[in-house]
Design a protein around this ligand. Structure first.
Ligand SMILES: Cc1cc2nc3c(=O)[nH]c(=O)nc-3n(C[C@H](O)[C@H](O)[C@H](O)COP(=O)(O)OP(=O)(O)OC[C@H]3O[C@@H](n4cnc5c(N)ncnc54)[C@H](O)[C@@H]3O)c2cc1C
Length: 111
């Protein structure tokens, strides 16, 4: 598992985070934090450290789970027709169900 931040799952709550980290350890998953996945060449994943040094990582299968962005294509067309349009949940930013529910509840209170 390659993660470019210094820690895995920094935004997750402590209990589920510890549970997931324990399960990864039990399954002997190799974790590289502080490394950026750069490209795949000849079946090797190239990772780059903070100093810019490239190193190859052997992998049979590569699953990319990075780069989540929010998607709200209706926002601007609706705002042109209706003055009061509000955005909540993952249409604001990718997160989890708790964050989405909190942003909905917070808006409901303000309205
Ligand atoms: C594989 C996966 C696993 C996850 N596991 C967890 C987890 O274990 N715990 C956790 O807390 N979070 C988890 N999440 C994140 C969680 O699902 C989201 O944070 C949460 O669902 C966001 O809620 P939302 O209401 O903002 O968006 P959504 O739940 O995506 O709801 C948006 C809804 O709008 C509908 N929609 C879109 N466009 C239109 C349109 N034009 N007209 C009508 N309807 C439309 C969509 O079909 C969708 O049903 C997971 C996400 C994924 C992808």
């Amino acid at each position: 598992m390659v993660e470019m931040q210094e820690t895995l799952l920094p935004a997750m709550k402590d209990i589920p985070r510890e549970d997931l980290l324990t399960r990864l350890k039990e399954k002997q998953v190799t974790i590289l934090t502080g490394f950026e996945a750069v490209c795949v060449e000849c079946g090797l994943l190239q990772v780059r450290d903070k100093e810019g040094k490239l190193s190859p990582v052997r992998a049979d299968t590569i699953i990319i789970a990075a780069g989540a962005v929010s998607d709200a294509p209706l926002l601007h067309p609706l705002r042109e027709k209706i003055p009061d349009v509000y955005v909540i949940g993952e249409a604001v930013r990718p997160g989890n169900a708790g964050n989405a529910l909190r942003s909905a509840a917070s808006l409901a209170v303000r309205l």
